[in-house]
Write a protein that binds this ligand. Structure first.
Ligand code: 48F
Length: 260
């Protein structure tokens, strides 16, 4: 039997439509497919929750691919190594307390594991706002990244979820959308922005900063440090991976308790 172009088109449309219809309502909507968002999505899906991941770029992986200054290797410490090994990604010892991993293996491995665990990924989709009801975020406002790039005057669509995870990296975009419009549970009520690079302190702080900052909204990864004014840490990724896992544990706990 020969190939029929219309069948190829229909297959793509049908399958994507199923994914989109399912994905617009979820237990957890993860914003940002960097290391923190991918790891959180993986563990949440593995726990049986319905997870949608929105990433504005074509490819997932965030800052992993570029390693440090385009040298595509990353460094992790003991905790981060554990997460990578758990996900079947190889690490290589480098002196005491450090391990390296190939950035391409890390990025592709995390994507693979997340999707295989059941995460529905929507790349090329930018989260441009949130839906708030009775002092709680209950969904996202989404549009194609290309719409914004072309400055097209096209209205977005909305999603529903019990929890949202801001894993948008340095920009902390979801929390910034809330800032000034609702009362955030932050020390000054405001996003502080990250402090200068200090690997040790940044890595220690990111786990502490992984928490709920507004009803229904958790923050993880570099976004967590940006929100609480902690240090950036450079191309060491253990904190990002552990923060993603921690966010998944916290959100899973809430969902299990029937909250949200
Ligand atoms: O920046 P990113 O990798 O954040 P992360 O998971 O990890 C940070 C490290 O990469 C690195 C570091 C190492 O220690 O400091 O910087 O915290 O991934 C964030 C992802 O979110 C996407 C963005 O394209 C990137 O892939 N993103 C940001 N804003 C939006 C978004 C948005 N509004 N909608 C959808 N995706």
């Amino acid at each position: 039997m020969g190939l029929e172009e219309l069948s190829i088109t229909q297959a793509i449309l049908d399958r994507f439509w199923e994914k989109l219809k399912e994905g617009i309502s979820s237990d957890v909507a993860v914003v940002g497919g960097g290391p923190a968002g991918l790891v959180a999505s993986y563990y949440l899906a593995k726990d049986g929750w319905k997870v949608s991941l929105f990433e504005r770029r074509l490819s997932l992986g965030g800052g992993i691919w570029g390693g440090g200054m385009m040298f595509n290797e990353i460094v992790v410490q003991e905790g981060g190594r554990e997460v990578l090994e758990e996900l079947g990604i190889r690490t290589f010892p480098y002196g005491e307390g450090y391990w390296t991993a190939d950035a391409v293996e890390v990025a592709s491995g995390l994507c693979h594991q997340a999707v295989r665990a059941g995460v529905r990924v929507f790349n090329l989709v930018r989260v441009e706002d949130v839906v708030v009801r009775q002092d709680r975020v209950i969904g996202l406002v989404i549009n194609w990244t290309a719409v914004g790039m072309a400055s097209l005057h096209i209205d977005p669509l909305t999603t529903r979820s019990r929890y949202v995870l801001d894993a948008t990296g340095h920009e902390a975009e979801v929390v910034r959308l809330l800032e000034g419009r609702v009362e955030l549970s932050l020390p000054s009520g405001k996003v502080k922005g990250e402090a200068p690079l200090w690997s040790e302190r940044g890595e220690a702080a990111v786990l502490e900063n992984t928490r709920e900052v507004y009803p229904g909204v958790f923050v993880a990864g570099m976004a967590a440090n940006a929100v609480f004014g902690s240090h950036r840490m450079g191309p060491i990724f253990g904190g990002m991976l552990l923060s993603g896992r921690r966010a998944a544990e916290l959100i899973s706990g809430r969902l299990r308790d029937g909250e949200g």
